[in-house]
Design a protein around this ligand. Structure first.
Ligand SMILES: Cc1ncc(COP(=O)(O)O)c(C=O)c1O
Length: 510
């Protein structure tokens, strides 16, 4: 009698080998990530599903399901509920098969996604506020109009379609593979890939990856039954699933060797790594696997291994890049953030700056608020993981109380933008914007060229990745010093704009 596992493997192997996906999907590249591999001391291969025609793997499963429908079912058409990659997969598949596809999306779906599905010939129905509303409506419509529901993950044919990725990986790399890292949402992708790998090369570890705030599969496997999450984080929207599938749970709990959870900053850092190696911009879910490879290598301290990371999607709004770039350095631990308290006295600002001197300053925010002490929000570039703790110690030994904010979400998302405000202490304050070429040490040179006699009452600088650094400085200049101050400005090597009379300064900072 074959075991239950054996029966599962055999049935999926057969389904995967007979899956129909190549009418719409292409065999994507298995590309070495050269600089990431060199950095990690292990070979990292990227399975480039972000290069599919709709920029994700989802069309494999959707098409396989649709290609197995009878002529009669196809004549009636298909329906799905999705605002994401599955919607585009179903729409593309229906175009190829010449059938009707109704795609139910929440009313809140961004216009670009609605347009992308319409451009592929999908009939979009906008309903409700959430995926659940869209799902309920799609089920009703399916019943009333006799349409076939194409599930995004919980269907053996969808799973088998995604499993063709496993088949390609083994064909493309016949040498040793130590582990394959796979993002999990509802679990269709990992179920298919794990089924193929475990049937053919059972020694390869299959590692499932979720985000810390969307780990329904991990929680379900731990609990031994499917756990429904109340809320999921939406940054990695492709994998933000509250309730995994029944079939995907059955397959994943049997075949997945290990689960790794990664946080938002690590995902942003992984997006940057992939960009540096390939010049491609993944969507967050698409980079989960790469973030997990890095975490695994750091944990195991291994070298010389071969890992495959499935880069499973690239559907991202351009606007999000701003956030990703901001957080990538923190995720890589290339930037450490601190709140430092220094005495509010002449010279202490400079002394503090000398202390951090050789490091590149990435951010510097300060507003006068206390007669005795000044609180500075400062970002410094670091070159190693764990360096922030060392810098914190250095501050402490020099008598500057410091709070390490490198991992503080409140500080990173909000407080850095809120430092400032009105201050009763800012008498005789004048406000200037300066621009200087963004080169290492440029901010420090600017600071040391400031006249030591005038107190700095406000300072804002953030390295924004541009060629020029922009800073905003409030300086307290007694009326009697007016002409001396003008002379100082005239001799300064940096262009500057006097903003003292800008109404917005008066509204928010005076
Ligand atoms: C880019 C991307 N990655 C991963 C997933 C998760 O796939 P699954 O739901 O099959 O686990 C999805 C699902 O839509 C996705 O779009």
């Amino acid at each position: 009698m074959p075991s239950e596992r054996q029966t599962l493997l055999t049935s999926y192997l057969q389904r995967i080998l007979t899956a129909k996906v190549y009418d719409v999907a292409r065999e994507t590249e298995l590309d070495p990530a050269r600089s990431l591999s060199a950095r990690l001391g292990n070979q990292v291969l990227l399975k480039r599903e972000d290069n599919q025609p709709v920029f994700s793997f989802k069309l494999r499963g959707a098409y396989n399901k649709m290609a197995h429908l009878t002529a009669e079912q196809l004549a009636r058409g298909v329906i799905c509920a999705s605002a994401g990659n599955h919607a585009q997969g179903v729409a593309l598949g229906s175009k190829r098969l010449g059938c009707r596809a109704v795609i139910v999306m929440p009313e809140t779906t961004p216009r670009v996604k609605v347009d992308a599905v319409r451009a592929l010939g999908g009939e979009v129905v906008l309903v409700g506020e959430s995926y659940n509303d869209a799902y309920d409506h799609a089920m009703q419509l399916a019943e009333v109009e006799g349409l076939t529901f194409v599930h995004p993950f919980d269907d053996p044919l969808v799973i088998a379609g995604q499993g063709t990725i496993g088949m390609e990986i083994l064909r493309q790399h016949q040498g040793p593979i130590d582990a394959v890292f796979v993002a999990i949402g509802g679990g269709g992708l990992i179920s298919g890939v794990a089924a193929y790998l475990k049937a053919v090369r059972p020694e390869i570890r299959v590692i499932g990856v979720q985000t810390v705030d969307s780990d329904a599969m991990l929680q379900s496997v731990r609990a031994g039954h499917r756990v429904r999450l109340n809320d999921v984080g939406l940054f990695a929207d492709g994998t933000a699933v509250k309730f995994v599938g029944e079939e995907t749970f059955r397959v994943a709990r049997e075949l997945v060797d290990e689960f790794i959870v990664v946080d938002t900053d690590a995902v942003c850092a992984a997006m940057k790594d992939v960009f540096q190696d390939t010049r491609a911009i993944l969507e967050p879910s698409g980079a989960l696997s790469v973030a997990a490879v890095k975490q695994y290598v750091a944990r195991e301290g291994c070298t010389g291994k071969t890992f495959v990371a499935i880069t499973c999607g690239a559907n991202m709004n351009f606007d999000r890049l701003r956030f990703v770039a901001e957080r990538a350095d923190v995720g890589e631990e290339r930037e450490a953030l601190f709140a430092v308290t220094i005495p509010e006295e002449r010279g202490s600002f400079k002394r503090f700056c000398e202390l951090i001197g050789p490091r590149s300053v990435t951010e510097f925010n300060y507003r006068i608020s206390d007669e005795r002490r000044a609180h500075i929000f400062v970002g410094l570039s670091t070159s190693r993981r764990g360096e922030s703790a060392q810098i914190g110690d250095l501050f402490a030994t020099q008598g500057f109380a410091a709070l390490d904010l490198t991992h503080d979400e409140l500080a990173k998302a909000h407080l850095r933008h809120l430092v400032g405000g009105r201050s009763d202490l800012a008498v005789n304050e004048r406000l200037f914007r300066f621009v200087f070429p963004e080169r290492p040490g440029a901010l420090m040179r600017f600071l040391s060229s400031m006249h030591p006699d005038w107190n700095i009452s406000l300072f804002h600088y953030r390295n924004q990745g541009a060629d020029y650094g922009r800073i905003l400085v409030g300086i307290q200049v007694p009326d009697a010093d007016g002409s001396a101050f003008q002379q100082f400005l005239d001799t300064l090597a940096y262009p500057c704009v006097d903003e003292t009379d800008n109404p917005v300064y008066r509204l928010f900072l005076r």
